[in-house]
Design a binder for this molecule. Sequence first.
Ligand SMILES: [Zn+2]
Length: 443
Amino acid sequence: MRMGRTTLIRNAVIVTVDDSNTVYDRGYVYVEDGKITDVGEGDTKDDADMVLDLPGRIVMPGIVVAHTHLYGILLRGAALRIAPPTDFAQVLQRIWWPVDEALTVDDAYASALSAGAEMLLSGCTTFADTYSGPNAIEGCLEAIARATDELGMRGIIAFEVTERHSPEEAERGLDETQHAARTLSSDDKISLMVSVHASFTVSDGLITKAVRRARTLDLPLTIHTSEGLVDLYHNLEKYGERTIERLDRLGAVTSSTVLAHCVHVNDTELDIVAERGASVAHNPMSNMLNAVGVAPVPKMLNRGITVGLGNDGWIFDPFENMRCALTVHRLAAGDPSVVDENTVLRMATVEAARCYGLEGRVGSIRVSNDADVIVIDGRGLPTPVTSRSVIGHIVHSVRGSDVEHVLVGGELVVRDHALVRVDRSRVSEISRRAARALWDRLH
Ligand SMILES: [Zn+2]
């Protein structure tokens, strides 16, 4: 296979995730100059520079990760010498905040390379990352952008501001975002967002400032929202408002806002989210890991709220996240009809793209979209793969390791389960070296 200006993918089951959820049994996708120019059933012209003839494969849009923390990968398997946390506030105080404080700019690069590689190999082509490193702020976004670019992925990146230590720290974080937005503006695959940690670690003044900065720079705004009860109780006690009521009073709930988690939100708050046209990044596996509760996603969907699926920096295999999104709401509701496979697949693709206003570019296989396309090897699946069964297979059977090829903007960046641009052993070496040093600093 060689890379060329035009690419033809053919003889595969094509799952488009378009507005009608069209699936082609023996379909094709034609790519020119990084864009999808034709998609359909059967045969088409075969004069492409690169032809991928793919019987037995499933072709679908690249996964869009609505919320992640790439640096989370450096903690994989770490045996921290801490008393086990018994609630979410302690998870932050004993694990994540000490990690944040120990991070360096080199860690930002190493973790972005390592986590990006793992996500890309399992079919994620776009991610929305928020990075937190209060002792190494300047330069971290450039480092994350560099790693993302080396892999050939798309990233919406941010520095997460908080006033845990001082207002000055938050100011520097906002400036880092502004600086990166200007210096990286020519990069087609990297974009910025303004990120506020959570309402319980920031003042009204900072939220207002972040809203203003996002508006001035025309960037999305993201904030962890009632992930744990600590956020809700803080706002009720200090302001007499629930979390989304307070954020809304400060102008932070708009159609450019992505609220991460929204576990402890009531009907009034969801009505505000729906009315303002804000989106939610749902992270069910992380919610289970941290035992924070179950986000009321069926209620969000009933109100027409855009819900994208994220991984929150923990399990990077998007198919595992999809399975969890499918099952946790069924269990919580005691009703297997509350979320179906198609809804979950859309949450992981086009709806996650919609959170960031990117649904006209990525998240579905449609003419004029960027050619972010993944190929899943379905030849080992135990039952037939057809237009009727394929979405069930994607959500029930497929694993990240089944992803055979990945194209981003028409470029083949994963071929035969391997990274094309970057040497995987080099990625592991950089990642392990950073993790070892970080663990030493934590101890
Ligand atoms: Zn998060």
